[in-house]
Design a protein around this ligand. Sequence first.
Ligand code: MG
Length: 255
Amino acid sequence: MIEMRSPSQIEQMRPAGRFVAEVLTHLSKVVDVGTNLLEIDEIAHDMIRRRGAESCYIDYHPSFGASPFGKVICTSVNDAVLHGLPHDYDLADGDLLTLDFAVAVDGWVSDSALSFVVGTPRPEDLRLIEVTGQALDAGIDAARPGNRIGDIAHAIGSVARGAGLGINLQFGGHGVGRTMHGDPHIPNDGTPGRGFKLQPGLVIAIEPWFLHTTDEIYTDPDGWTLRSADGSRGAHMEHTVAITEDGPLVLTARD
Ligand code: MG
């Protein structure tokens, strides 16, 4: 079921978005070569406790998960692109890291992800991150009343295809509200003019993710982390966006 939020409910969703942005901004500044993935989880968990927020991940136990996630943030490194389970690993020079973070504040969820390189970047990694960010921007720009889900999907997919990247449609964006994953599903490629018609009050996470040289993934033995089939690196950028009369409002915007 697709739920619509009133303008006052969208106002109530702002603190969660601001807090998610604050945590990701902080982590992107302090995480560096040598930082352990478990340390990143601890920092995020500490910030959640101090804010009185509620993690959407720690008890998350979907049908495909072997057990509850148990951590508060996803840390996906290099060939890992989605759902990276934090583990005892010190980041190395040039690692491409994706942080994906979702919490509820005052009962409203926000969800956001970003990719960056620690230490000395490889040019192709910067390019992948840049293109993924451009796809996110294009998707957000299409999130306007009167457009349809297919217009967002097509905007994202066009950027990826233009950059010669493959697109995996197994995981994509989703409705956001009282819980992390609601309807509608927002695929990362699609047909313009098709699908649910966007209207003010729809709140969605838009989340393009791409791999350098494949569109296939497999699940790591940890039961969660999704890795590229060919070992190539991935990037993932996500914002929670409210569709308003005035256009898209990015609730998780970072300064
Ligand atoms: Mg997310």
